[in-house]
Design a protein around this ligand. Structure first.
Ligand code: MG
Length: 203
């Protein structure tokens, strides 16, 4: 399996500023070794002093497809989860300055904690899903999928033009506002609507 992630995809403030929607999503990948499951703790790495949380809705791909057309895109994911796109912001900032890739800043070990997946039928409207992240019981991020610049279907269509999607692939669909640093000793809990999807410690 592989992990594909969408860069900035929530921009309430872009709408507020009346800016145009960008033409194309920003895509990056994480290796499968980034995954943390079953609420395993995240161990703060020694190569960064500025690890940020980015809570994101996940799509689970359910069949192989390439160059998927918009009208069939919804058939290629069957379940939703919640995860964190941990980002070593210090490494990412250096990479951006030098116009280098984000691979290490986004793809290091443990940078992709993920929840269990829930079948899409169990959600009443995928285009209106509230989700949030609490750090030590304080709400730090809140989002709703209606604020995405690129919808789930648009993301599937776009990625599959370039990269064949396969059953079991996971797509991180972008984070809302409120990203920030985590510290050793923090406890992170993620919710879709009122349901807790993950809860783990930073060690
Ligand atoms: Mg992200």
């Amino acid at each position: 399996m592989k992990i594909i992630a969408i860069g900035r995809n929530y921009a309430a403030h872009i709408e507020e500023l009346n800016n145009e929607k960008p033409d194309e999503p920003v895509i990056f990948t994480k290796p499968d070794t980034a995954i943390l499951k079953n609420n395993a703790p995240f161990y703060y790495p020694d190569f960064s002093t500025d690890i940020h949380h980015e809570v994101e809705i996940l799509l689970r791909v359910c069949k192989e497809g390439k160059s998927i057309s918009p009208k069939f895109a919804h058939k290629y994911y069957d379940a939703i989860g919640l995860g964190i796109d941990f980002t070593a912001r210090d490494l990412q900032s250096k990479a951006k300055e030098k116009r280098l890739p984000w691979a290490l800043a986004k793809g290091f070990n443990g940078s992709a904690p993920i929840s269990e997946f829930v079948p899409i039928e169990e959600f009443k409207d995928l285009k209106d899903l509230n989700f949030s992240l609490k750090v030590n019981d304080d709400v730090k991020q809140q989002g709703n999928t209606k604020l995405m610049l690129f919808s789930f279907d648009e993301i599937i269509v776009y990625i599959s033009k370039f990269i064949t999607l396969k059953q079991g692939d996971i797509i991180f669909t972008g984070t809302p506002e409120g990203v920030g640093p985590v510290q050793i000793g923090d406890m992170l809990e993620g919710f879709i609507e009122d349901k807790s999807f993950f809860k783990f410690d930073v060690k």
